[in-house]
Ligand binder design. Sequence first.
Ligand SMILES: *Cc1c(COP(=O)(O)O)cnc(C)c1O
Length: 410
Amino acid sequence: MHWEKYPHKKIKQTVFDALKKNLDYRTEDVLGLPATYLDPEVFYQDAPFLKDAPYMQTMVANPNHIGCHTLGDAEPAFLGTQAIEKELIGICATQIFSAKEQNYDGYVASGGTEANIESLWVHRNLYMREYGAQAHEIAVVYSADTHYSIPKGVNLLQLQSVLLPVEDDTREIDFDAMRARMHKAQSDGLKYFILIMNMSTTMFGSVDNVEQAMEIMEGLPCEYRIHVDGAYGGFIYPFTRTNESLTFKNPKINSFSIDAHKLVQSPYGTGICLLRKGLIEYALTDEAEYVKGKDYTLVGSRSGANAIAVWMILRTYGSEGWKAKILKLIDRTDRLCENLDERGIRYFRNPAMNIVAIRAEDIPETIAHEYLLVPDTHESKPNWLKIVVMEHVTQGKIDKFLFALDGWKQ
Ligand SMILES: *Cc1c(COP(=O)(O)O)cnc(C)c1O
């Protein structure tokens, strides 16, 4: 895994050069495109700080990245910044998830939700077009700890679902139950499956065991493909573990969702959808005739500044710097866990991740409230309360939380 770290000067130059390649509404005779820079009364172009702020400058120029730019043909007005998005998608696909060069497509979606739904949509259409499948014969298979965007997509796309229970202590899929439920699904007439593998669940940081899940699927006379939901862990797990079966090297994996607006601290609107080459065509809306290059995405118009922001972050760190940043969070999480162990407080934690889900019974409600621990449910009494060790969760804040626990225990 490698991508180069750029100094600020080079980042700035690359973005400003890209903006120059985009269409300039101030100087060109643009009559037809229903797009322009941000309102100049409010967002004035000559604000002095913009000279040194490539992201802000891109916001003001307001390029529209509508469509998918890894495919070639795209809206020519914004080719400069689209090329940066293309580079960003390339880094994620090839360096983080081991895709072969040119063997992927993808785009910066509005979030993990959209990236997940786009992938379900692609798979549904693939089964329908290539196998003559009916929607009621297609099921999405996912664990009980899966993010709610998956059932949201199942509902929108009118698919069936096979829900897999997890073991309470380990958060692992219960594979005996999976075997039984898959047999039942087959006898109920389901023939085509989209298996969701979490590259970390949101609540626990648990990573699904893809080998074991595949072993069960391989034993069945059915079609299945895998989508990996890395919306939470996509920028963490690949930097803490080497697991080729959760990359594009696994031929059953067709797609990944990753979110830059969680751990990467980029602006909201930066989910990333990655697909194996030849698949995004199944989401083509042929009727998008006014868009050059048509539209293969769910969202339609989207801000090019979002792609610039993520690219700038990845280039500022480089792969080595990114890994170091993640390992620092992991170390801090290790230390928190040791402190919990000393106090006999029970929790679940995947050592590759920065989430600690604590047994709710072991933490008084007042402290959970005060430190904004996130419960597994807001509807009834929670079973788990989680801490997500991010940049703002400093050692000082963790210490304060631990002192508060000690005060309560005495
Ligand atoms: C957050 C999250 C999502 C949804 O992401 P949004 O960006 O909020 O749409 C999907 N899957 C997982 C695992 C997540 O953690």
